[in-house]
Each structure stands twice: as C-alpha cells, then as structure tokens.
Design a protein around this ligand. Structure first.
Ligand code: C2O
Ligand code: CU
Length: 573
C-alpha cells in the first residue's frame, strides 16, 4: 500500500514539480504500520509483492498487508485471542517475542501452522508496558520467511506507563521503527543467501525513509528486525537522547546517551528532544557502524561475498527527520523518573546453569563450515536440553569463547543481566531484557524467574537470534515442569462426545469424565490436511466450523492431564 503511495508521490514530483523538491525526492515517507487493538486479533499471512524498484515487483510476504504486519496493541491484564490464518504457500509459525505465555501458545518451532490452517492461541497479557514483536520461527526457514517481510510490532500498555507524561500518540510522537536491510538481485528479488547482510536500509518496509518530528519530545520504539546486522544508533548532530525502556519494560529513570547498540531481536524505547530544533531543519538517525571491532555483526569490511554488504563497517542513514511545528498536547520535558522496578539479583537464584557457544569454527569438532551450536548440541526438535522447575529463579551464564559475536534470546521470561565479564553492565541494558549482545570473548550472566506456566510437552527456546545461526541449529529448548502437577497424573481414557454430527455451525464437545480438559485440538480434513489448531481451547462457545467446506473431518483431542489423544470423525454439511 505504501509503495503505491510512493509511486504516486514520485509521479507527482516528476510531472508537477520537476525542479522544486529535488532534495526531498530521494526520500520516501516512512510507513507506519496499522494498529489493531482490543482482544481479538485477525492476522492473515500471505505471499504478495511490493513495487520497490523500477521494473519487476519484489516478491514479499505480509500480514494483513504487503510487507511486515500490523502493530498489535495489548492492555496488560487482558486476555488476547489470535486468529492466525496461514495463506502462505508454506508452513510457518508465529512467535510472540518477549511475551510470557504458555509454551503451547508460544509459536515456536513446534507450533507449525500448515498452509490453509487457522491457529488460535490466546493468553492473558502479563508483560509490562513495552515494545515486543512477533515473527515466524519455523526451524530452518526463519531467515527466508523473515526476509520476505513477515513480522510485526506488539505494544503493551499498562497503568504505570499510562500515568507518566510520555509521548504516546502512535505514528505522531510515538513511532515504531523496525530496522533491517535487504539486497535486491538483478530481477528485484530479495536475496537472502548466501549472506545475511542487506545492501540497503529498510525501515518498516520503507527504503530511504523520512518522517516529520514536531518540536517536542518524540518517542521511538526501535527494534532490530535484522537477519544478523547490529546497529550502533545515534543522531547526525551527535545529540544526547534518552533511553526509557528495554525489551521488557520501562527503566527506573531515563538514561542519557549519544550512541546505543541494538542487536537482532532487541528493542530500545528512546526519547528524542526536538524542542530546541528549528522548524524546517532536518537531522538523521544513523547507524554508526564504522570501526566496530570484529565480531560485531556488520563490522566485516567486505562489500561482496558471503558476509559482504555495502553497509558493512560504515556509518549510514537509518531515517531522515524533518522538524515541523509541535503537535497539540506535545510532551516538552523529560520525566525525571519512570517506574519503580524490583529486579532479580544473583542472591535470588537457586540454580546456576551455563551455556557455551560452540562449533562454527574451521578447527571445530565438525570441521570446516560447521554451523554454530550451543554446547556442541545442534538443535533437534525431539531433544529437550534443559528442564526447569516451575517458579525456579535461575542464573544462566552464557559464554562466547568462540570466533564471532551473537545475539542471545530466551523465550518465556524477561530477565535481568547481572554481569558481563568485559566490565559493568551498560546502563542502556539495565532494565528487563529478553535478548542481548554476546560479544566474542565474553560471558554474560542473567537471572530469570520461570513462573506461571508449566508444560512437560511443549518446550520454550533459547537461541542466537541471528536468523542464519538459529536456522543452522544454534538453539536449544527447555521445558518448565511442575512436579506437583505430575504427581496428580492418573490413568484415564480420553472419553468425550462431539455434537451435532453432522455439524453446520458450531461443534460442541461433551466430556464424559468431568476431570478431562482439552489440552490441544487439531482438526484435519479427509486427506489428512490440518485445517484448525486450537491450543487449550475454551470450549464453552463451541468450535466454529462455519468457514470450512462440506466434507468429512477428524478431530484429535489431547487430554490436559494424561496427554492421551483420541480421534473422532465428523461430517460438516
Ligand atoms: Cu524472536 Cu525465538 O525468537
Ligand atoms: Cu549467532
């Protein structure tokens, strides 16, 4: 949609204003993703295309659009229901990065959504107000599917954040920025192999973006949505800006910086003080990536080859900013303090674990070309690498005595970084985190509490967030188990009845044993194709079959307690 708007804009410049605005013609209006609020979120994933360049359109994938997806706005405490409909030609998954939720709703590599299938996870929002995101997580396919453009922002709002005098008019003084880069091949297709680094900056799907900032404080929610590149952000006039939030919440107070590093998967909320800027002036948000030490992703000097890119080891523009008049109700001062966080400390932890970056080295155990791994154990869907007890507070030390930097992410929790072997933990990462930079020759220790959700069957992931590394197997998985829950397990048949049969509208389930509960329902059609995935369905309202074609279907129901699966056949008229 934005691309069509751009073409029209460019056409107007050419036809009506041939000379006047040449300085502006090099920029395109920054795309601001649409928002969805409330408690029901319809997300349609589809293959599509965007007219990025003259000539061929670029094949992309989008969610309710052409590239990237809508921003989901959640209120803390609400139960949110997702209707994820996969119209892609491939299977996929959709992971809610940073959300604390049941593993069966997490959208990791186990919750595969086949083409044509509807997946309906739901959960109560327990996360703090902050910026999160969602993206595909299909093992070995994450880089390809993210490169096509699948992903989107999640903004959580809560009472503590709402009580602060912060900019929060979406798209006006509260602007999401998804940073990534792409290389186009000769036929204008995105290249994602062999190298992970794009030649051209892409923000919210826009090439060479520009945006207007009023003369006021502007809040940016910056996400590194790259495949691998890190960003060392700053402004072209080296102005001080203020970090107010990390991945999982606001900081205690704003932290003043002139540069901040943001690795893949990390988010930073910043405030930019534009009150002293003159209307009509412009500045640039830039990546100061020149001169970063080797191991910082994108520091490689080459412009071609597997790890080459025109943006490597250089300073480049992210976003062109034009100063305009302040909006009504503009925020014109910096809050002195934000929220009162009670962070976990090392003393809270009762278990210590280690994770080591391994392989990926020419001389490593697997020989040349070995992908990176964690603890010499390449990811396998059937291997549970760690078992965590429900409510445990754990200290994880991740060590990278290997050849290159990484971005470490763990699902389920927001944690507190308590130490870095290279020196003090940066004030820019002093808040709640779920992803962090793990430079080469460094150990990072964090403390996390694994509360609320135990499930011995569905694991959570921990991994490098560089898409090629994750796809290559630099990932492990853990289950959170509740020893009390296991003790109560009893033998029981999965005895239930489905009605009416045949069904026209809603299908209902009657359990003959009142202790039975549906853990998972999958509905397949007569050729075995999955059409409906219902994790922990709330069955009181029935299962809506009205959108499915007439025919024979099979309902497979897994019982919560026994994990026994029983199949029933039914007809849809
Ligand atoms: Cu952003 Cu395991 O993911
Ligand atoms: Cu990595």
């Amino acid at each position: 949609m934005f691309s069509r708007r751009l073409s029209l804009f460019n056409a107007l410049l050419v036809v009506l204003l041939p000379m006047t605005f040449t300085a502006h013609a090099q920029y395109n209006a920054l795309h601001i993703p649409d928002t969805i609020s409330g408690t029901t979120f319809n997300l349609n994933l589809k293959d599509t295309f965007v007219q990025y360049k003259t000539g061929n359109q670029t094949i992309t994938a989008g969610i309710n659009g052409d590239f990237w997806g809508p921003t989901l706005i959640f209120q803390k405490g609400d139960t949110v229901h997702m209707n994820v409909h996969n119209f892609l030609n491939d299977s996929t998954t959709l992971h809610w990065h940073g959300m604390h939720l049941p593993a069966v709703m997490d959208g990791g590599p186990h919750q595969v959504i086949p083409p044509g299938t509807i997946w309906q996870p739901y959960w109560q929002v327990k996360n703090n107000a902050a910026t999160y995101w969602y993206h595909p997580h299909l093992h070995t396919m994450t880089e390809e599917q993210m490169t096509k453009g699948l992903g989107g922002f999640i903004i959580v709002r809560d009472a503590a954040e709402a009580s602060l005098a912060l900019p929060r008019t979406y798209g006006v003084d509260d602007i999401p920025l998804a940073l990534t880069s792409r290389t186009f091949d000769a036929s204008n297709a995105f290249k994602y192999l062999p190298g992970p680094y794009g030649d051209e900056m892409v923000v919210n799907g826009t090439l060479k973006p520009e945006v207007n900032f009023g003369k006021q404080f502007v809040r940016l929610r910056v996400l590194n949505a790259e495949m691998e590149r890190g960003y060392n952000i700053g402004f072209s006039d080296n102005r001080t800006f203020y970090i107010i939030g990390n991945d999982g919440g606001l900081l205690d107070a704003p932290v003043s910086v002139t540069r901040a590093k943001l690795l893949v998967g990390e988010r930073l909320e910043i405030l930019v003080d534009m009150t002293g800027d003159a209307t009509g002036n412009s500045i640039d948000l830039k990546a100061y990536n020149a001169g970063q030490p080797f191991g910082f992703p994108g520091s490689e000097p080459g412009t071609t080859g597997a790890f080459g890119s025109l943006l490597n080891n250089t300073d480049f523009n992210i976003l062109h900013i034009n100063v305009v008049a302040a909006t009504t109700g503009a925020i014109t001062s910096l809050p002195a303090s934000l929220v009162a966080n009670t962070y976990l400390t090392a003393a809270d932890a009762t278990i210590s674990r280690t994770v080591n970056v391994t392989d990926g080295t020419p001389g490593g155990p697997g020989g040349p070309g070995t992908p990176f791994s964690l603890d010499h154990t390449p990811f396998a869907l059937t291997t549970i690498n760690k078992t965590v007890s429900l409510n445990a507070i754990e200290k994880w030390t991740v060590t990278n005595n290997n050849v290159f930097g990484h971005s470490f992410h763990i699902h389920d929790v927001e944690f507190k970084i308590i130490s870095r072997s290279s020196g003090p933990v940066g004030s820019h990462e002093s808040g709640w985190k779920d992803t962090y930079y793990l430079p080469v020759n460094e150990s990072v220790t964090f403390v996390a509490k694994f509360d609320d959700y135990a499930d011995a069957l569905h694991p959570f992931m921990y991994h490098c967030h560089f898409a090629p590394h994750e796809d290559g197997g630099m990932m492990g998985q853990f289950v959170v188990t509740d020893p009390a829950g296991i003790a109560q397990t009893e033998q029981r048949g999965a005895d239930y009845t489905i009605y009416p049969n045949p069904v026209n509208g809603k299908l209902y389930i009657a359990f003959n044993d009142p202790a039975m509960k549906a853990y998972y329902i999958t509905i397949t059609d007569v050729v075995g194709r999955t059409v409906y995935m219902l994790p922990r369905p709330q069955l009181t309202d029935g299962i809506d079959m009205s959108r499915f074609k007439a025919g024979i279907y099979f309902l497979q129901l897994t019982d919560e307690q026994t994990k026994t699966t029983t199949t029933k056949k039914f007809a849809k008229e």
